[in-house]
Write a protein that binds this ligand. Structure first.
Ligand SMILES: Cc1cc2nc3c(=O)[nH]c(=O)nc-3n(C[C@H](O)[C@H](O)[C@H](O)COP(=O)(O)OP(=O)(O)OC[C@H]3O[C@@H](n4cnc5c(N)ncnc54)[C@H](O)[C@@H]3O)c2cc1C
Length: 239
């Protein structure tokens, strides 16, 4: 049965109401800023976000529509006293997540699951962590306060000023349809990485696989690498 049919069925039944009551928190959109084309910063607030324990790198899942369909995002910060959180979302994917993000208006009610653990700094010092990823990993990079990022992006011309404004030291590599740019991402990692450097890989599954091989080929031990595919071509709502 397709995801759409499942969601339509779920939206009519008591199961959705029960799951919602048990697992979802209610909040409202209180700010929505378009940072760059196809990149949005959204702030949520609500009583249900108060007193929540959050660790940088945790994920939230935003409910889309009346069923149980969700899409996943990475909070940049969480204020458990005010009851607020914010995340950065791309709208390059032609799916319901992008649709929701594009039209998220101030005051709109939101239901979300989480925060739940996904990727974390662990015992690594922030400045020793490099994030390798794409637009979807921008929020993760900010949340972790990573020392450096190498990001494959659609429009590097918009990203330079953005990274500067957010104080993020990042190397931006323009995506190419034949993936020729992955060699540039590898080069950007450079040879001067210290033995303390830890790598967090997040974003497109194919890029992660490529860079994992490249890091291992350089002799980087697996306990210095963590990875999570945030999306894969042709797959929806990967989580
Ligand atoms: C743990 C976790 C944390 C995440 N955090 C963030 C975050 O903070 N910010 C953020 O923007 N995203 C984040 N993502 C990725 C986001 O959940 C996906 O990009 C999601 O698929 C978008 O939903 P959609 O409904 O727009 O597209 P979907 O319906 O899921 O997919 C539609 C089509 O778009 C393609 N697609 C999906 N993502 C992209 C993309 N980035 N570029 C091009 N094509 C794409 C899919 O392969 C599919 O073919 C995270 C994912 C995970 C698993």
């Amino acid at each position: 049965m397709s995801e759409t049919i499942l969601n339509q069925a779920a939206s009519k039944g008591p199961l959705t109401r029960l799951v919602t009551q048990l697992f979802f928190r209610k909040a409202r959109v209180t700010d929505h800023v378009v940072l760059a084309p196809a990149l949005h910063h959204i702030t949520l607030e609500g009583e249900a976000l108060k007193g929540v324990s959050w660790t940088a790198g945790d994920k939230i899942q935003i409910r889309l529509g009346a069923g149980l369909q969700t899409r996943t995002y990475t909070p940049i910060a969480w204020d458990p006293v005010v009851g607020s959180t914010s995340f950065v979302a791309q709208t390059l994917s032609p799916g319901p997540g992008s649709e929701w993000v594009t039209h998220a208006k101030n005051g709109a009610e939101v239901e979300l699951m989480g925060p739940r653990s996904s990727l974390a700094l662990g015992t690594s010092a922030k400045q020793d962590v490099w994030v390798l990823g794409d637009e979807t990993a921008f929020g993760l990079t900010l949340a972790l306060g990573a020392g450096r990022a190498v990001l494959e992006v659609d429009s590097p011309e918009h990203w330079g000023p953005l990274c500067h404004a957010w104080g993020l030291p990042a190397t931006l590599v323009a995506k190419q349809p034949d993936d020729a740019h992955l060699a540039r991402m590898e080069e950007s990692i450079g040879m001067s990485i210290s033995p303390q450097t830890h790598f967090i890989l997040a974003g497109r599954a194919n890029t992660i696989q490529h860079l994992l091989k490249a890091l291992r080929a350089r002799g980087i031990r697996s306990d210095r690498i963590r990875s999570k595919a945030y999306w894969a071509p042709g797959k929806t709502g990967l989580d």
